[in-house]
Design a protein around this ligand. Sequence first.
Ligand code: SF4
Length: 502
Amino acid sequence: MTNTDTNDIGATVNQCVRLVNAGCEMVRITAQGITEANNLALIKKSLRSKGIKVPLIADIHFNPNAAEIAAGIVEKVRINPGNYTDKRISANQLTLRDYYQELERIAQRLRPLLQICKQNGTAIRIGTNHGSLSGRIMDRYGDTPEGMVESALEFGRICLNENFKNLVFSIKSSNVRVMVQATRLLAEKMAAEKMDFPIHLGVTEAGDGEDGIIKSAAGIGSLLENGIGDTIRVSLTGAPEIEIPVALAITERYNHARNLGQKGISWKPTKPKLFGQRETIAVSGIGGNYPVAVLAEKIGKTCLVDEHFSVVGNLPDHNFHLLEICEGNASGLRRELDKMDVESSKPIVLKNKYLTSDLLQFQVNSAIDFGSLLIDGIGNAIWPTAPNINPEAVNNTAFAILQATRARITRTEFISCPSCGRTLFDIESALQQVKAATGHLKGLKIAVMGCIVNGPGEMADSDYGYVGAGKDQVTLYKGKEIAFKNLHPDEAIQKLVELIMR
Ligand code: SF4
């Protein structure tokens, strides 16, 4: 997705060209208002004149009029069911009648868009975000995977009633576990309602660098392992081109599997007892009440290591038989689990060997292999071996996987949006400054968000938020409450630290 100002046609076209050259197969562009929506025509014309035929997607929040204009121009329109027609209302306890009246109001507002899309062959993605559910959904379902799924499906049903089937669905969250759980539920409910439409995958506000790569790979890859997902977007804070190699590293694995005719592995546990919080004995610091451990070879021994790659315990050879050591990639690990005795109280160690010397490939593949099981509560220790990668980088990756899947928290969690045409400050450098000032605060969740329109909602359950409020203006949040308004970015970092230390 571009992060230029959509009204800056030249900059947006150039960014689209860079994205396509990097391997991007469809480009999403913000169209927050009528002017931006109209400018999509100029952007498309310029791209086509350069021979670039990449499909374009308009990203719409709050503005059906912009959606209707965009639908006549681009190949797909993404609408957010949480805010397409609704402001976030505090309509407490809607009666059933109120609820259905609201749905009828939405249907009325959607019909003109569906008509334009039918005439132009334009697709619609119904893209639900965890952080921006409508008041109606919050009242009925709360902030739950069921609510997220229903938010998408109620729009989907309206489209089908109008005989509109050019649809794609997605459910995103910055919390990898929630994203995986909600998307699996979406796939299940869509199948039950015979909605045979593509599903788009992504982890929102994944952050930047290693943490962002690993969160995205663990979330998207876990679902692709299950055979769910037709398009993906990796969202990292920074220039959008940096998202593409990560996305390609993820898809490569599944394109290969698909070419071999392999199907996804069901997430429904064949041995439910092995899933979730399973009671085990403790063996050399693994299992029992110990947090999920990381194993590594150090000085010729198998050791438990901490996040600084210091040895915190040894695993003597004579204890190996007390552990259930499963070895392989994600599907291999699941096959190993299938052989396991459900009554066993041995701790489970997930092990895999990577021969690549490419750090990104290692990060992506290990995040999928271990992450897809940790998300389901499986694994008391992980043991990645990668002889061609620097051992400290292997260890950082292992701890980032535990953090991303919330199996074990050893770092500050940074939630940051990829930025888009709504961002009016240098979010990349702001994120680096916030990280430098707060990176030692283990366990806190700190959000850095590009705009005040969607930022506060999308930062979900963050403890603190640094949110762009206008040109070179930042508003700080503690939880959902505003703590300081409209600060200059130069003073905002110091104020954020003060706020945390209060
Ligand atoms: S939160 Fe970030 S990505 Fe989302 S609309 Fe605002 S600036 Fe754009």
